[in-house]
Design a protein around this ligand. Structure first.
Ligand SMILES: [Zn+2]
Length: 77
């Protein structure tokens, strides 16, 4: 249980860092804002966290990285 809390707060920090980084870089990559619901599995997410677990964040990022690569390969922008 405490392990889950550790993961959640790490994830919260990571997504915050990522959001700041993305904003600074002017990146178009869109990480959903925390809504209380995980955008990947639609389970409840911890307050202030976008995803319910680091695993979901990883899956989501992997999925979007793949979509981004596919778009670049096909020449879409
Ligand atoms: Zn999830």
């Amino acid at each position: 249980m405490s392990r889950q809390f550790d993961l959640a707060s790490d994830l919260e920090q990571l997504s915050r860092d990522h959001a700041i980084e993305a904003a600074r870089a002017g990146a178009k990559r869109e990480t959903p804002a925390p809504t209380g619901t995980c955008p990947w599995c639609e389970e409840a997410a911890p307050v202030g966290a976008t995803f319910c677990t680091a695993e979901c964040a990883g899956d989501w990022q992997e999925h979007h990285a793949r979509v981004g690569r596919a778009a670049r390969i096909s020449g879409a922008k």
